[in-house]
Design a binder for this molecule. Structure first.
Ligand SMILES: Nc1ncnc2c1ncn2[C@@H]1O[C@H](COP(=O)(O)OP(=O)(O)OP(=O)(O)O)[C@@H](O)[C@H]1O
Ligand SMILES: [Mg+2]
Length: 866
């Protein structure tokens, strides 16, 4: 396509009238030929007028022109040419100043032009006022203009001046325009244009177009844009409901008994008693807006639907009605940018949430614009406000006095900030607090209490955590009410268990409620205690024979943080520092090293008041952090200190762990003999005290150090020992781990036939114990084997799967293993530029965990004679 015009651009939309009927009349083949001819005419006419076809959809075209007169001439020429065919085409022309982005035009002029086209009849060309004024004095020969007065387009904005082209020799009288004032409807004018929502509008109108969907409920939290979406969807459907599309505003109706009478008044039925008779023969769409507080009365709607077979209801409600035959459509937040990866200012304004902010900010400050300086703040604001349209509008209303940066800084007091919506907004939407109040007041007392308690969770909670912290009977029922009311969200975790979340905006409100209640301290204590216990349990699992799902534990990071802060604030230093030592492994494993450093530093600042045991544990944690950060001197010194401290305390188990830590530092710095001796000593202690898992783990680490030191035979015999111990202990986790590393040693030695069953069994153990890191190692091991057999494509697929899995886990392959794998897989990786190899790699990357496992099993099955 040629470059699209920029600056002042004139848009032409065309659409074939009655295309479905025509298709059935002339048949598919003849219709196809007609369209072919049509397309040729359009291309030629647009090209000659210096325009570009931007988009086509079926038989509809969207073209852009640098000049308005050229666009008009093009439309007139097309109508003349089409007059000789069976096609009747409606056209709309509008001129504006759109923004041109790599994704095409953005701005409100494109949908405006489409709306103008939609108002026309076949053979008719409609013009906006802007285009009319531009072309008035330079019309082509044989073309005139006729003003048609003001009309309401289906975008629900205030009426627009429209004109029509009068083309010599062609018909110039048409039925009344397909605009709102010519259809039975009471849909109100909207003061502002609708932003985005294209996908949702398609979704809603597809649903309502289905014969089996007669009751559609748009749900979402207060201010999510349910009403706005319902009104727009309804406006677009006016042609489908000959007896009309009517809005029934129920928000001011407090008494459920008034639901049907209000409907009756709106549609002009004389008496309530005859409402179903009145509606029975009619094809009507009713928009019942804000029904959540009238749920008692909604069963009557089912009766109405039964009596009037062509009636449809589009309902907005913060909670579904739970009527049979009801379809629910959850209105999502506005589309949000990712603040971590901000595009340039123009692309940023394409995100719905940002576009709404900018629109509303301009209403109070005409020169407001997104700049490089304020873009991060605007994006962050939209994200912090959860993409909730009402919250964004209320924030943007403050843009007159406050820059986005200043707004963001004040967001902590969001409920004081987000007030002062326009007076014509219903009272419950004039402040954000009032919006959520309205939902809160509709809850029962038990649910209100639970709602406030749930605010204590930062970043959501599992069902188990909700039970432990919020307690009390009836939890499940009450949770589902909160979910229904959209005061709570639900996500499925990878293990299939639900996780409950709150929008930040709603949580801030619930936190206020919690703070105002007498039980705030209790709830916070229960929360902190629960997460302290969870950290302790995780530590125990990790040191024992059970696999820890670190990703799942990491999901609780915000909860751990707030529990830790709570303990610190209570001044219980011993408990806080214990918590810190228990979280050290989580921080290590998930890479939150800075956080770990900060908390260890805090613990050092209160060190003197802590018990000697805890001081020793903190020293060990600092030692480990030291060598992880490659500060080997510090790691060595602290590990030695830890050994001394634990010896003094007579704590043999931790003495052994500290020896093991020192052994690792020595191994990392090349002092293999020292490292080996220290590990031996640790194992001796573990053996004496009967800590068999400890002995096994240290032995395993010792083997890896031997491998790194270039001593694979010793590595193999140590791993065989670990394997025997693990089998004795019936520890699936450690057995699988030993098998995998034995596989890696076999790979190193070039004993490929030995390696295969080792990787296969290691894989099965990793699947059983949920140790996903080791699934990745198995995939890589198998890839190395495939690669040596010249099966580059399978190898590439396995490697792609392993890489994607590691990304999901935030895991990196250990250097000792990476070196060994790479020897075999290097040829494959070098050929990633080959199309077929790259395609396999990409296909592997797209595999889910279970599919990756299935692929690995298939490779194994093919190689091993069963
Ligand atoms: N896509 C949009 N474009 C422009 N404005 C929008 C959009 N969506 C919502 N708004 C505006 O945001 C505000 C809240 O939207 P709306 O009233 O539709 O929310 P709601 O979900 O019906 O809320 P409630 O539950 O309180 O009835 C309104 O001022 C509305 O005009
Ligand atoms: Mg509403």
């Amino acid at each position: 396509m040629d470059a699209l015009p920029e600056g002042t651009v004139t848009f032409l939309f065309t659409d074939v009238e009655g295309s479905t009927e025509l298709l059935t009349k002339v048949g598919k083949d003849a219709y196809g030929e007609l369209l072919e001819e049509h397309r040729g005419l359009v291309d030629a006419a647009v090209g000659d007028a210096n325009g570009s076809v931007v988009d086509t959809q079926g038989d509809a075209f969207f073209a852009a022109f640098p000049g308005a007169s050229a666009a008009v001439a093009c439309a007139a020429r097309l109508q003349r040419e089409l007059a000789g065919t069976a096609l009747r085409v409606r056209m709309g022309i509008h001129t504006g100043q759109p923004t041109l982005t790599p994704n095409g035009y953005v701005g409100l002029d494109v949908p405006r032009a489409a709306r103008i086209c939609a108002a026309a009849h076949g053979g008719q060309v409609l013009l906006s006022r802007t285009t009319h004024d531009l072309v008035e004095d330079e019309l082509p020969d044989g073309v005139g203009l006729r003003s048609l007065g003001e009309h309401r387009l289906k975008d629900l904005t205030s009426p627009q001046q429209l004109s029509q082209l009068v083309i010599a020799g062609l018909p110039d009288t048409f039925p009344s325009l397909r605009t709102l004032e010519n259809r039975p409807t009471n849909l109100p004018v909207q003061a502002t244009p609708l932003i985005g929502r294209e996908r949702e509008l398609i979704g809603v109108s597809e649903l309502l177009g289905r014969a089996d969907v007669r009751l559609l409920t748009l749900t979402g939290p207060g201010g999510a844009g349910k009403t706005r979406l319902a009104l727009q969807a309804a406006a677009e459907l006016v042609e489908d409901f000959p007896q009309g599309v009517f809005l029934v505003a129920l928000e001011p109706i407090a008494d459920p008994a008034l639901l049907l009478p209000t409907v009756g008044q709106t549609v002009g039925a004389k008496e309530t008693a005859s409402l179903s008779d009145f509606l029975a023969p009619k094809q009507i769409l009713l928009v019942l807006d804000n029904v959540e507080h009238l749920l008692n009365a909604t069963p009557a709607l089912s009766a109405l639907l039964a009596a009037a077979p062509r009636l449809k209801l589009l309902v907005t409600s913060r909670t579904p009605l739970h009527l049979s035959g009801e379809h629910e459509f959850q209105v999502p937040p506005l589309e949000l940018p990712d603040p971590a990866r901000l595009p340039d200012a123009a692309a940023l304004s394409q995100y719905e949430a940002v576009a709404l902010f900018v629109e509303r900010a301009r209403a109070v400050k005409a020169d407001f614009a997104i700049t490089n300086a304020n873009a991060p703040a605007v994006a962050e604001l939209c994200v912090r406000l959860d993409g909730l349209p009402l919250a964004i509008e209320l924030a943007a209303a403050r843009a007159k006095l406050l820059s986005p940066q200043a707004l963001l800084a004040r967001l902590e007091q969001r409920f004081d900030l987000l007030t002062g919506g326009p007076r014509d907004q219903p009272e419950r939407q004039q402040t954000l607090r009032a919006t959520i109040d309205w939902s809160y007041e509709l809850l029962g007392p038990g649910e209100q209490t639970l709602f406030a308690r749930l605010a204590v969770f930062a970043g959501g909670c599992t069902l188990e955590a909700a039970e432990a912290v919020c307690g009390d009977g009836g939890l499940l029922t009450m949770l589902s009410t909160l979910l229904d009311n959209n005061l709570l969200g639900q996500e499925e975790q990878p293990d299939g268990e639900p996780r409950f979340t709150m929008l930040e905006t709603i949580r801030a409100y619930a936190l206020d409620r919690l703070a105002a209640s007498s039980e705030s301290d209790d709830v916070r204590r229960r929360h902190a205690t629960y997460f302290l216990a969870l950290a302790a349990e995780t530590e125990e699992r990790d040191e024992g024979s059970l696999v820890v799902d670190w990703k799942a534990v990491e999901r609780e990071l915000d909860n751990f943080r707030s529990a830790l802060e709570w303990f610190k604030a209570t001044g219980e230093n011993e408990a806080t520092a214990t918590f810190v030592t228990q979280l050290a492994q989580l921080w290590d494993t998930t890479g939150h090293i800075a956080e770990e450093q900060r908390w260890l530093a805090w613990a050092a600042s209160v060190d003197a008041g802590l018990s000697p045991r805890l001081q020793a544990r903190l020293t060990l944690a600092r030692a480990t952090l030291g060598w992880r950060l490659m500060d080997f001197e510090r790691g060595r010194k602290l590990a030695e200190q830890a050994i001394a401290l634990f010896r003094e305390l007579g704590d043999e188990s931790y003495t052994a762990w500290s020896l093991s830590s020192l052994s690792i530092v020595e191994g990392m710095t090349g002092s293999f003999a020292k490292s080996d001796a220290l590990a031996d000593e640790a194992i001796r202690i573990f053996n004496t005290i009967g800590h068999r898992t400890g002995a096994l783990i240290v032995g395993h680490n010792q083997a890896l150090a031997a491998l790194a030191a270039g001593n694979p035979d010793r590595a193999r015999s140590l791993l065989e020992e670990s394997l025997a111990r693990a089998q004795e202990l019936e520890s699936d986790k450690n057995t699988g781990n030993a098998l995998l590393d034995l596989g890696i040693v076999a790979l190193h030695d070039g004993r490929y036939d030995d390696a295969l069953p080792l990787f296969a069994e290691g894989l099965e153990s990793a699947v059983r114990t949920g140790w996903r890191h080791n699934i990745s190692y198995s995939l890589r091991g198998l890839a190395a084997l495939e690669s040596t057999r010249g099966e580059a494509q399978t190898a590439a697929r396995l490697l792609g799967a392993a890489e994607a899995l590691d990304e999901r886990l935030g895991h990196t392959v250990q250097p000792y293993a990476e070196r060994i794998f790479a020897r075999n897989t290097a040829p494959v990786l070098e050929h990633l530029t080959d199309e077929s190899i790259a395609a396999e790699w990409a296909a592997g990357r797209a595999l889910s965990d279970p599919d990756a496992v299935a692929l690995a099993r298939a490779c194994v099955a093919e190689r091993v004679p069963l």
